[in-house]
Design a protein around this ligand. Sequence first.
Ligand code: GDG
Length: 467
Amino acid sequence: MKRLVGISNRTAAGGPKAGGLAVALWDALVQRKGLWFGWSGEVVDKDRVRRGVELFDEEGVEFALTDLTEAEHEGYYLGYANRSLWPVLHYRVDLANFDEDEYACYREVNRRFAKLIYSRLDEDDLVWVHDYHLFPLPQDLRDLGWRGRTGFFLHIPFPPPEIFKSIPDHRALTQGLCACDVIGFQTVSDRDNFVKYCVSELGAKQNGAEEISVNNRSITIKAYPIGIDAEEFKRLAEEEEGRQAASRIEPFLGERRALILGVDRMDYSKGIPNRFQAVGKLLDNEPGLHGRIAYTQIAPPSRTKVEEYKELRGELDTLAGRINGDYGDLDWIPIRYLARSYPREQLAGLYRLARVALVTPLHDGMNLVAKEFAAAQDPEDPGVLILSQFAGAAEQLKHGALIVNPHDISAMADAMREALNMALPERKKRYEALARMVFGQDIAWWREAFMADLDPNGEPAEVVSLH
Ligand code: GDG
């Protein structure tokens, strides 16, 4: 079996091998005694930067981590990746900031990473690069002489060409990516946007639905919707720790209050303000629900040094305060807004207790929370998933979830009312549709689907967990 080399901005070194990408890549690397390259998470003073890598081993997987200087962290990570690429790929050209120096820094970091990796590659290795931080890296490896099989997976959306083309250096980014043999997207619609872009901008030829050729290279271009470790989430939700966490909120819920749950990184792509407004709208429309619902939003802050994220924090603080001020009472507050992180076990317990999950991003590559909620339900008494039509997960979960437009505040309020009133047989039927996808196309399924295309002549993995 060929060795796999995983390359991603952050790795799971030293931490729990939990959560989508960390589990998927970790299992593949354990199977193939692989190497995982990435940023150590450390930001060091320019004078002290270790330009090489720190090498260590965890359970047979080799890690090669490098630090970033303050300037690299600012220009490559906070700047170009998160202030230029992230907003545009989430359809928010209005929020994007394009800065030539930041782009130069992003290019430079990708080249530096490529050099560090290239010196450790053997010619039979398989290379799997992840996400928007590293678009140019496949070509940078080729420029150094790398000829082996190389794949890339984009975790976030790929917008229509008209939007992507607003990035001044869009051509250089996609040319870099087209040095791959396999490029994976979360959805068919992202894949189609990319193919359309390549045909119109790079003169690519389309050879069937899942292959293009650019610059004399044939590239497999496919949708591989990322999954979760659904069995693990189900187990967590049923276990004592999950139940105990859930019981902390029970006195507040009592017998008569339904838990409506949201769990998101605090990010403007997740549509949290719209959701708060929809709760306000529901309470406007349905006085009978006052005191009867408890909407809990868990929103751990992220990228707090980026201005737009600071603004979002302020907006949420104000909105939650206003809605609670308007509708709350001595013994009830409608919105419990918790700007902090909770352990996975506790999230699982809360998912299981919730009557309704609100997963309403304005745009999202996949959205794992939607799948985690589904996996955590009690099949005999399941809750209802309200899901944005703009989450990648909607392609797979449209038959089980109530699908909403997150910009339509009234429609979201109506969906909440429908979910709260939904009869058990309908809830079960919808749960079964969700469970078929979430347990059937889980994280192992995703990994094996990608690996089968990256290593077409390899032996299939021994264990394919199709529950
Ligand atoms: C990117 C793409 C794509 C959240 N709060 C807590 C917590 N979480 C965990 C969730 C879930 C993960 O974080 C979030 O995953 P998402 O998929 O929802 O979103 P992104 O972070 O934006 O991820 C996305 C994903 O990559 C994978 O390809 O689906 O579209 O944007 O697992 O449970 N975990 C803990 N405490 C929290 O408070 N422990």
